[in-house]
Design a protein around this ligand. Sequence first.
Ligand code: AMP
Ligand code: MG
Length: 331
Amino acid sequence: MPWNRPLIIIVLVLLLALTWWRLPSSDPEVRRSQLAMGTVVEIVAGGLANERLEKAVSAAFTEIARLDRLLSRYQPESDVSRLSAPVTEVRVAPETAEVIALGLDVARRSQGAFDLTLGRLKGLWAFEEDTPRIPDRAAIREALDGIGPGALTLSGQLVRKRAPSLMVDLGGIAKGYIVDRAAQLLRDLGVSYGAVNAGGDMMLIGQPPERPWRIGIQDPRAKGSVVATVQVSNRAVVTSGDYERFFLRDGQRYHHIFDPKSGIPARLCQSVTVITDSVALGDALATAIFVLGPEAGLDLLADYPHSEALIIAADGSHHASPGWAASVVSP
Ligand code: AMP
Ligand code: MG
C-alpha cells in the first residue's frame, strides 16, 4: 500500500509524542549539590526510574554525612578527633581502619611524603580558618616531632600512636574514600551511570548515553581554563593543586599541602591529577606526588597498576606518566 501524506504526518506526530512522553521516564537524570566535607559535593545519577534515582542520591548524601562524622577533624566525636587526643591507643570504626591502612601504605611507599600525622602542623598554618598564618620555625619543628610513616601502627581496628602528642589528619585521603563509598552505594542501588565530585575528587560511574564522561583538567594558573580533557569510565580522577587553598605573602605562595620534611608547603608542583581505580588511592597519590615532585612522583606512581598522572611542575612544565595520553581527548 503506498504511503499517503496524512498517514505519514499522523505517524510522525505519534512518534514525536512518544519520544516526548518516553524521554523523562526512560532516561531521567538527577543532579544535586550539597555542602559536605568542607566542600561542594555534586552527584549526578542516571539510568533508573526517577523515584529510585532520587532515593539513591539521597542515600549517597546520607552516607557521605555519616562518614564525614567519622573521619573529619572538625567533628568532635569523630575517630580522627579521638585519635588526636593525648592518648596512645584508639579503637576505630572499620571504615577508619580501612582509610588508615591505605594511607599508611602510601606513606611507606612515598617514604613519608604522604603523612597521616600532620594534624599539629595543619593546625599551626590554620588554612581552614579565616586567617591562615606562617608559623615560626620553632613551632614547626615541634609540630613535626615524632611524625613519619612509623608514627602510627594499625592492628585490626586498633590504632597505636608513637607519642600521645601526635595529631592525626586524614585530609589528604578521607574525601576520596568517602566519594568511593558514595559511588559504590549508587551502584548498589542500581544507578547505571553517574558521577560523584567532591571538589576535584571524582568517581565516574559507567557511561551516560551518547556522551562519555569528559573531565577538564584545570590550568592551575588560569581559573576557568583547562590544560587537557580526559575521557574516562569507571575510573577515579583526582586533582591536588596549590590553587585551592592558598595565600600570597612577599610574592611567595603558601598553600595547604605540606612537605613533612620541612613543615612548609611543598614547592615542586602546581597541580597533580591522578587517574586510577579508586578515589581514595587517587587522593592519597595526588597529595604524595605533589610533595615528591615530577621525578620521584612518577617513580612512586609506577608502583601502582592502572594508575596514570599528569604533573604540572612549579615551572609550569607538564610531566605525564607513560599511559596518560590514552585518556586524553584534547588538546
Ligand atoms: P589534597 O587536596 O587531597 O591534596 O589534600 C590536602 C589536605 O591533605 C590538606 O588540607 C591536609 O589536610 C592534608 N595534607 C597536607 N599535606 C599532606 C601530606 N604531606 N600528607 C598527607 N596529607 C597532607
Ligand atoms: Mg589528596
